[in-house]
Every structure is written in C-alpha cells, then in structure tokens.
Design a protein around this ligand. Sequence first.
Ligand code: GLU
Length: 479
Amino acid sequence: MSLTLRFAPSPTGYLHVGGARTAIFNWLIARQSGGKFLLRIEDTDKLRSTEESTQKILSSLKWLGLDWDGEVFFQSANQHRHLEVANLLLENGKAYRCFCTKEELEEKRRRAEELKLNQRYDGTCRNLTQQQIREKTNRGLPFAVRFKVPKGEVFFNDLIHGPMHVNNDTLDDFIIVRSDKTPVYQLAVVVDDHDMGVNLVLRGDDHISNTNKQILLYEALNWDVPGFGHLPLILGTDKQRLSKRHGAASVEEFRSMGIFSEALFNYLCLLGWSPGDDRELFTRDELIKRFSIDRINKTPAVFDPQKLLWMNAKYLAAKTADQLIPYLKPYLREKGYSAEELNDPRFLFLIELQKIRSKTLRELADNLQLFFSDPVEYEEKGVKKYFRKENSLTLLNELHEFFNEQSNGFFEDISAIETAIREFAEKRDLSAAKVIHPLRLALTGKTASPGIFELVYVVGKKKVLTRIQNAINYLKKLN
Ligand code: GLU
C-alpha cells in the first residue's frame, strides 16, 4: 500500500524545532516508501493564524529541504465540507444538536467542581425528542453540534508506543461544530485527512488524546482509520518542554545563527530516532534510506544546543572556502563588506584557516573580520602580557621597519615570512614566541588566531604596516 503522510502546522508563530522534526520524519517515510508528503496549513483559528506565520513556516520547510507533493492545502478553505460531514453525522444520529448556552455549561461545570464530580458534559441535549429539537430550532436558538460518543472503547496500535486503549466512558460528547457554525479541529482534521487520502499520521505525543476522539469519528463515518504514531516531546536541558526560555527554539533562529540546514536536519533526526549504531553524521539521502519508525524512541528527547553546534562545525569544516562563500554572503553583507573582496585568494585562504575555529556561519563571519577591518581594541590580557614589556615599543618599531623593507612578493610567500620572522627573533636573541605574540595582538587585537605566518600573508603588506603603526600609537599612549 502506498503511504500518504502529511504535516499539518497551525500558522500561529514560527516553525518550532519540534514541528520541524515531525515534518522531517513524515517526509523521510514518504520519500523512502515512494509515497506522498502533503502539507496542510491548519488556519481555522482566525484569531491566532496569520499569513506572516504561514509564510515563515513555508520558508523554514523549504530551507530544511522538505518539499511537499502538490499544492499546499488550507484547512479554512474546506469549511463547507467539514459542515457537510457534520450534517451527515447529525442525519445518521451519530451527533446531536446541543442548545445549552455558555452560561448553562459554565454553571454545570462549577457545580460539578463543587461536588467534586467529573466535569464532562452531562448529556442534557443527547436525548431531546425530534419535537423538542424542532421547537428550539424554530425559535432560532443557536446550537453546537456534539458527537455522540458510543459505548465501548477506542483501541489503536500506536506505531511508536504500541497498543493503546481508552474506555469511551472517560470521553466527553465533544463538540464538532461550534454554535457560530465553525467546525472544531477534531472534525476538520479527520475530514481533511480522509479527503486527502492520508493513511499514516505521525505527530506529537500531545495529540494522543485527540487521536482517541478522531478514531471514533472515523468509525462513525465508516471511513478507514489511518495508522497513528505519536512522537515523544522535545525537552530542554531542564527537562521542560523546549521553548524560547531555553534559547533558540525555532528553525528560523537556528538559520539566522548560521546553522546549516543539513546540520539541523541531521541533528533533529538523531533527536528521537536512533540509527542503531554510533554513527552520527548522515546526509539527507542516507537518512531516507536508513530511517525507520521502529527505531523512534518512546521517551522524550533532550535538545542539546552544544551537540548541534558540534555537528554544525563538522558540516562547516567539510566545505571548501569556495563552497562556503555563498553561505557567508548574507552574514558579511550584514557587516557591510563588499562582495568584490570575496574573490581575493587571501580571503579564501583565511576562510580555510578559520572554518575549523568556528561552529556557525555567523561565528566564521566574525572570525573573518580581521581581513576587512583593523583592530579597534586589544584584548586586555594580551596587552598585559605582550604590550607592557620593557622592549614592547622597540620591538614593534623594529617590526614595522622590518616589514616596511620587504618587497610585495615577500608577503605572498608564507615560508619566506616564517624564515624571516624566525631570523628576526634570533638576531635579537629572542625566542620566536616573544615576537609572534605581540605581532599577533597588533594584527588581530586578539591573543588567539590562526598561525601568524599565514596571517601576515592574509593581511598583506599595507595592512600589516598600518596595524603595527596603530599598535605603536596605542602603546605610546599607554606609557
Ligand atoms: N495543527 C496541529 C498542530 O499544529 C497538528 C494537527 C495534526 O497533526 O493532526 O499542533
């Protein structure tokens, strides 16, 4: 049987990583089985749904590489069909009109609470006679439509959690159409999933109680019940449901941090699914081949931002400088750097040097700053260690003179730079480190950077001289 799966987000905010993982798992199964992956925007809650959110969700899904089959479905466009099915249920006696007012229901709820009774709907309108119903409708009284929960129990074999059942006695006669004639989620989902041909529903654990009700609707309509699997939640490191409080929680935020889409995809797959061995890095194609529902964990997964950064760093390091340029552009543009400079071979070389020292694209862009701009400040601990020595000023002056005497060609040859700097130190009876550290601080403002000889090449004669001169001026003011 060919599988049809779907992802059905409500457009009330960004795409949360939990939702993204649900989408990914559905997509993987669809692509693996040659089935379909459909997208339905559940926009029936007019107060909370926005077009902006829909666009953000679509953009995050595209960025993650999750393509859907056919057009996007919008749940609100199907209201007439939801109501048609509600009428069918009414006609078949599987649902009934409930004329209880909000105030009456509230009062019943309050009384039940006082008496510590269960707060389910008491069934007042369940057994109205046809005449009573006619009399009320003739008076134009508004009514909601309630589903008549039958006796018995709901059973389903959850593909992740195993057999599940619930006694129908514990379920309310739930509303399927509100008194303002808007269909309720439970009904809309069942009708849409049925009409779209969805035969496998994979969604979050928080929907288990909905599944019970939805199965009752499928049965009442004599429709085939799809397979169901419920994914355990994603928690933060404090074991609470992952949210903004834990830092980034949406796909959009990770994207803006400079996480690769492949890395987030890969990380989210391992969050709640295990490949069965120690391997951690997988391409999308490999995941399509290896993914299987029976290796989805039953227990909640903890989102570990450090692990994601680690994984992202692996993806970063695996790309060449040329491949990284298009990814880096937005971050460099944000910093105001022009695109022309990006073709400079020295810049590409710096990317190679810095990519292994960076975990995200944003961090890499920060680490490329030294190519574009002279340091405006110096690390305090570096100043203490390398700029406040007795010979610091002399050393910088001599370095300036030394570099000034070199030809432009010298700055193209990293091994010549190394030999010359070592000789420079030896001549003055200094260890190479005694020269390298202050020079690094002058060129970058930092105490840590890629190798100094490579750095002199990257920065080039003109900027080397400017930066040493700036450090000299800074030192003069210090003393
Ligand atoms: N729209 C629901 C949500 O965003 C999901 C519905 C479903 O997957 O059945 O939580």
